[in-house]
Design a protein around this ligand. Structure first.
Ligand code: FES
Length: 103
């Protein structure tokens, strides 16, 4: 069994993320990782509420413990290329301890 290099969790339930487009973000991540042939290295998982409602879609990447907020489908390619493939988190989308992003 393979241990994933990166594990991406996308909140698709709870009060707000579903209405903020979380399923579209999930679909885009799955498409990108599938197109790149990386399903054995990078796992994309649905997640429940992260208790940060109103800032979604919320995405969390492990083992880096990087949180992203207000992620849109058009942001996914950048997160994949920069963070998941090259370990450079996308700072403009990072959700910090103050509950903010640089967006
Ligand atoms: S609904 Fe996504 S963080 Fe609560």
């Amino acid at each position: 069994m393979t241990v994933f290099k990166k594990h991406v969790f996308i909140c698709v339930s709870g009060k707000t993320c579903p209405g903020e487009g979380a399923e579209a973000v999930l679909g885009e991540f799955r498409k990108e990782i599938g197109d790149l042939g990386l399903k054995k290295e990078i796992r994309i998982n649905k997640a429940g509420c992260f208790d940060q409602c109103g800032n979604g879609p919320l995405v969390v990447v492990y083992p880096d413990t990087v949180w992203y907020a207000h992620v849109q489908p058009e942001d996914v390619k950048e997160i994949v290329n920069e963070h998941l493939l090259n370990d450079r988190p996308v700072t403009r989308l990072i959700y910090d301890e103050r509950g903010r992003t640089n967006r």
